[in-house]
Design a protein around this ligand. Sequence first.
Ligand code: CA
Length: 234
Amino acid sequence: MRILLVEDEPNLGAVIQQSLSREKYIVDWVQDGLEAWDYLENPQIHYTLAILDWLLPGLSGIELCQRLRAQHNALPILMLTAKDRMEDKVIGLDAGADDYLVKPFVMAELRARLRALQRRSPQLRPQQLQVGNLRLDYGTATVSIQTAGGDRQVIPLTAKEFQLLEYFMQHPNQILKREQLMNQVWEIQADPTSNVVPAQMRLLRRKLAEYGCPQLLETVYGLGYRLNLPHVQK
Ligand code: CA
């Protein structure tokens, strides 16, 4: 679940990014409308949702909405703005926004509105991902495992472990390169030279091993990593 956050107020942007990162979203935060457009147009990046401020340097949130909709891009969009007059809401919704939140707002409302948008999102259908005996639930941002006794047990994952496992579950039995994981699972501002991918892989593997899946994520030497689905679980 990757969100593009376009907000030019540094304090507010930082608070939103921090809050949503805790909810297991990957949050790319930019402060300029033109820069935002570069990311939206990048075919390598797949966003689940966008949060757009109205007044921005470069391109406004309204212009970003209009450009996306002109390209028939159905990305769910939440507009953020201090404008609270009825006419402004109409302009925002007519430009193609799916929802609208007036500043100042409480973070709990923003999170609830994002969950609601996510439930309606064509990008997130189905709302669950079942791979082998693992099940990822987008509504609760959890992964659970079917135990030998037939119960489901939620694996307590950190935000990054969840995001990493989600990406593997979306690409079972495929070799995923380290750079690919870096680009798809980490924020765009992350340092690509750091060793975060192998470090996170170790943590995720350790956790999966605790829950009875020690062999699920294989290192394919010199190539990358692969989530191996045993045939019996088909
Ligand atoms: Ca602004």
